[in-house]
Design a protein around this ligand. Sequence first.
Ligand code: GLC
Length: 449
Amino acid sequence: MKNIEKIIAGAKMVLEDNWRFNHTLPSPKVYPFQWNWDTAFIAIGYANFNIERACGEYRSLFKGQWKNGFLPHIVFWDEAKSTEYFPGSSFYDFSRSPNVPKTISTSALTQPPIHAFALEYMYSVSSQDQRIAQLIKELFIPIFNYHSYLYKNRDPKHEGLIYINHPWESGTDNSPVWDDILTSMKPLVPDYDIPALRKDTRHVNFAQRPGNYEYQCYLFLINLFRKQNYDDAAIFENTPFAIQDPLFNALLIRSNESLIKLSGLLGFDDKKDEIRSWNERSIRQLNTKLYDHEAGVYNYFNLKSGKSINKLTSSCLIPLITGAPEKNQIESMIGLLTGSEFSGEARDLFLCPSYDSTAPDFDNKRYWRGPVWINMNWLLIQGLKRHGHIELADRIIRDSIDLILENGFFEYFDPKKEQVSGEKHGYGSDRFSWTASLLIDLYYNHLKS
Ligand code: GLC
C-alpha cells in the first residue's frame, strides 16, 4: 500500500487547487460553483488542519441564504463560469422570488440539511476551537431559520417529515428511486436540446452520468417552479414530484439534535423547546411512516401518489446517524449492509454501493445507481459508531481508503472488487473535493487512533 501520509498531502493539494477566493469548488470542470452539502463535507476535512478555511467556506455558503430561511443548493460566485455549467443562474432566474439575496445569485433548489451536524462535528474534532464556536454563534439562527423554513413550507400535512421537490434536492441525483415518477412525467416534459445544453458530458463519460431523458425532467421541474415564482404552496399544488426522502429527513433530525446540544453550550436556550418539539414529531414519523417493517429498513414516500417507494438505496440506511432506530431496526440494517444487497453474494463488493446490488437495474458505473460515494460512507461510519458497530464501521473506513488509494480522488467508485487489470475504477470527476476532504477526516479521526 502506498504511503498514506503522502496521499493525505495529495488530498490537501486537491483542496488547495479547488479553492477559489472564498469557497472550494466540488471540482473545477464539472461543478464550477459552491454547492450546499459539499460545503459541509469539505469544511469537515478543513476543520482538521485549516480552521480559517473551514469557517470561510461556511460563511460564504450562508451569504446565499434567502430571506425566508431557504438555503440554495448552488451559490453562483463566479458568473464568468456560467458558460461552463448548465443550468446556470439565468435558467433559474431566481429573482422571480421576493426572498432572494441582493448581492449574489443562487439556484432555487436545496440539498440535505446537514449543517448543524457538520458544525457540531467540526467543533468536536477541532477540540472546541474558539473560531468554530464563533462560527456556530453566527450560524445558529440562520440554520434554525432554515429548519423552520422546511417545517413551514415543505411539510404540508404537518407530519414532521419534509418533502423534496426535485431529484437534485436529495443529493443522490439520479437514483433509481425517481425512475417511475420521471417516466410518468413523459406527457408533460418538453423537448429541450439536451445534448447541446449539457456541459457535464464534455468532461465525464456519458455512461457514468444521468441520461438525457432525466435531464429533460430536471429542467421541466425547474421551469415549473420558475413559473410559480418559487412560491412553495403553488409549487406543491402543481408539481408531480414531492418525495419524503429518508436521508434528507435523517439529516434534519440529526441536525436538530446538534442544534439542541449547541443551544445549551452557546446561549440559544430560548430555541430549545421549539426544536425539541419539531424533532419528536420527525423521529416518530421517520420510525412509522418511513419505515418498512417487512424489509427492515427505512424507505421513501411519494406524497403525490400516497404510496411508499420500496427501492433499497444507501439513503435508506442513513437514519443510523440518528437515535431513531431501535435495536431490532439497527440489526436488520446491519444484515442488509453485510448481506448480498450491499456486500455482494461472495462479499465481493466494496462498501457501500449506493443501490441494492441484487436489483435488476443496479449499475456499477452510473452515478447514483450503484457506485460507492465517500460522503455516504462517511455518514454510515458515523451512524455505525453511534450504535456501537465499530467493526463494520472499520470495514467501511478501510474500503473507502483502499478505493481512494487504488484509484485516486474520484467522485464515485466501482463497488466491484474484481478488477480488470490496468482499468481505473474511479468515475465521474477526478480530484473531487469531498473525496479528498473526507479522506483527511478519516485519517485524522478514525484511523490514527
Ligand atoms: C452531484 C451530486 C451532488 C453534489 C454535486 C456537487 O450533483 O449528486 O450530491 O452535491 O454533484 O458535487
